[in-house]
Design a protein around this ligand. Structure first.
Ligand code: IPE
Ligand code: IPE
Ligand code: MG
Length: 244
């Protein structure tokens, strides 16, 4: 599906992507898993561009989960190396496209050199007014909620009596982050794997069997078009279906 066939007036505000299938992509080619991750970075670059062109305001990419530490030291180290280098390499492109780069997850738990790159890119792009691009790194939906509860209970000015589902968001990693309208998962599995638990309460889901390194902007636009055909009732009625 081409961008020109997409109705830009009704694109989702916030799209989250679970970029899955790098390892299997590499295995199929008898390559090391690292080659899959490298190829996956190229896909991410293309999808970030595609999201910007479609005027999507928030794109969250699930990059490394709190559970991904279970992988081999070699794979984890490679992923950290790739992430750091990629942030530096892509910065000029982000700047040209006015992409504001943000991070969610427990950043303090990452290696110091990765943290430095994260804070540098975040700072340097903070005034850009294009796509808000969020890398979820060392991210777990439960972990984000637990850390939010710790923040709110240690905030002396905040009484938990005043807590609502609206103001709870202000304790999450990115307070301004809207609910995810659409969550896409590639790689064939149909599960959340601890992604955006708070923001996915009313998300629409699109699953693709394509392994992430093979995923394309065309497929991405197809998922958006499919999202646009859904009837989002939010527990209420379809417009025009209320007989009261
Ligand atoms: C997703 O691809 C990337 C990360 C989780 C970092 P995988 O590495 O999970 O690929 P598969 O699922 O093993 O194919
Ligand atoms: C989810 O993929 C995490 C990322 C894409 C970063 P996983 O491959 O880690 O998820 P599971 O293990 O299949 O649930
Ligand atoms: Mg996987």
């Amino acid at each position: 599906m081409q961008l020109s066939n997409l109705n830009l007036a009704t694109v989702p505000t916030h799209v989250g992507i679970i970029m899955d299938g790098n390892g299997r992509w590499a295995q199929q080619r008898k390559l090391p898993r690292s080659s899959g991750h490298k190829a996956g970075m190229n896909t991410a670059r293309e999808i970030i561009k595609a999201a910007g062109k479609a005027h999507i305001k928030y794109l969250t990419l699930y990059t490394f989960s709190t559970e991904n530490w279970k992988r081999s030291e070699q794979e984890v180290n490679f992923l950290m190396f790739l992430l750091k280098n990629n942030l530096r390499k892509e910065f000029e492109r982000y700047k040209a496209d006015r992409v504001r780069v943000l991070f969610s997850g427990d950043i303090n738990g990452l290696p110091k050199d990765v943290q430095k790159e994260i804070y540098d890119v975040q700072n340097a792009s903070k005034d850009f007014d294009g796509l808000n691009l969020i890398f979820a790194i060392n991210y777990g939906g439960r972990d984000e909620i637990i850390r939010a509860i710790k923040k709110l209970t240690s905030d002396k000015d905040f009484s938990s009596e005043k807590l609502t589902s609206e103001n709870f968001s202000s304790f999450l990693d990115i307070p301004e982050m809207p609910d995810a309208d659409l969550i896409i998962r590639t790689g064939g599995e149909k599960r959340l794997s601890n992604f955006l638990m708070w923001h996915s309460a009313y998300s629409e889901f699109e699953f693709s069997d394509i392994l992430w390194p093979d995923y394309t902007p065309d497929e991405f636009y197809k998922s958006i078009a499919s999202y646009q055909n859904k009837d989002r009732r939010f527990g209420g009625y379809t417009t025009g279906n209320n007989d009261e």
